[in-house]
Design a protein around this ligand. Structure first.
Ligand code: PMP
Length: 354
């Protein structure tokens, strides 16, 4: 081994979902929104030209922060924005988790948390979920260097009521509790409602799911101004011009297109409920999803085989080859037409394997 090789930071990276280039597939593998962004958002993107390309973007993300502050009834100082919520969460880990005590996040949750903890050399513990995949408040009422919970959780799709979240935030006044609400707009109630009561709470959301902007990479955090100031301190010590002017303009336009946002999220929820009924009819079981995906399993079917078969049929879903998760498939809610085809193909597979 060469001397310099010994000093390379070793990490087990996060595995992102596949982004295949084929156009004729049904893509239900990365929880994207099947509808395009609002027309105003596309228009805002088209208006980006000339000087905006040659100049650096606004490092303070002013137009986006302003729009978010107005929408969520907060001040600008209570909002942090970044290149997708992954960027925001990564910055939050780097900013807040610097004690010797382990941070806590569930054994089954968004797998990036473990990757950031490893990357930033933060000790961590992963309490188990209950048998029905619920987060148990008591597991987070122990000494810790911080808490991270996805609510709704991924890939389980389960939303925990705000009382449980509050119990955890309230107990942990001495550490920062991050609530990752990537999927909150599909029926859950946001912990942003607790922000005025707790200065140790950071709520993180994204434009990638409910706002059809996964490609623009926009995420944000809401929290007490001291938390946001600390995150900005770290951000400006690393990379100040993070978000492109196109992302800022499109993000701000998206926040203003409230009616379109309501309509598309409503459509996704309706299609999700339709899909649940159909899958129950076929004998699948799944937690009661409050997200734009279903976490499904079937007694008579090997998840990996169904995953491969669906793929041959050009339907992409997500399969995690890990203990517990390996019996399940995570299926994003697409359009009604996508889901009709998905259900039809799942039924065909069940008939084939009878
Ligand atoms: N949190 C959770 C729970 C997620 O599932 C995702 C999507 N992979 C993210 C955060 C990150 O999303 P983005 O960076 O697109 O905002």
């Amino acid at each position: 081994m060469r001397e310099w090789e010994k000093h390379i930071r070793k990490v087990e990276p996060y595995t992102p979902g596949e982004q295949p280039l084929e156009k004729d597939i049904i893509k239900l593998n990365t929880n994207e929104n099947p509808y395009p962004p609002a027309p105003e958002v596309i228009k805002a993107g088209r208006e980006i030209s000339g000087e905006m390309f040659s100049r650096y973007p606004d490092p303070e993300a002013g137009i986006l922060v302003e729009a978010l502050a107005e929408r969520y009834h907060l001040s600008r100082e209570e909002i942090f924005t970044g290149v997708g919520s992954d960027d925001v969460l990564g910055m939050a880990f780097l900013t807040f988790f610097n004690s010797d005590k382990p941070i806590l996040f569930p054994e089954i949750t968004y797998s990036f948390y473990e990757v950031w903890a490893d990357l930033f050399q933060i000790p961590y513990k992963r309490p188990k979920l209950s048998d029905d995949f619920r987060i148990e408040a008591k597991d987070y009422k122990v000494e810790n260097g911080g808490v991270v919970l996805a609510n709704p959780n991924a890939p389980t799709s389960i939303w925990e009521p705000l009382e449980k979240i509050e119990e955890i935030v309230k107990y942990n006044q001495d550490s920062i509790v991050i609530i990752d609400e990537a999927y909150i707009d599909f029926g859950g109630q946001s912990a942003a409602a607790l922000l005025s009561k707790y200065d140790n709470l950071l709520v993180v959301q994204t434009f990638s799911k409910s706002r059809s902007l996964a490609g623009m990479r926009i995420g944000f955090a809401m929290g007490n101004r001291r938390l946001i100031q600390a995150m900005n301190g770290v951000k400006y010590s690393y990379n100040s011009y993070t978000m492109s002017q196109a992302a800022l303009a499109m993000g701000a336009a998206s926040i203003k297109a409230e009616e379109y946002f309501r309509e598309t999220t409503k459509k996704i929820i309706e299609v999700r409920e339709w899909t649940k009924k159909e899958l129950l009819r076929l004998g699948f079981s799944f937690p009661d999803s409050m997200t734009n995906f279903l976490f499904i399993t079937h007694k008579a079917v090997e998840a990996e085989k169904l995953f491969c078969w669906l793929r041959e049929q050009k339907i992409f879903v997500r399969y995690f080859k890990k203990p517990i998760l390996e019996d399940y498939l995570r299926v994003t809610i697409g359009t009604k037409k996508d889901m009709e085809l998905f259900v039809q193909k799942a039924e065909e597979y069940l008939d084939l394997t009878k």
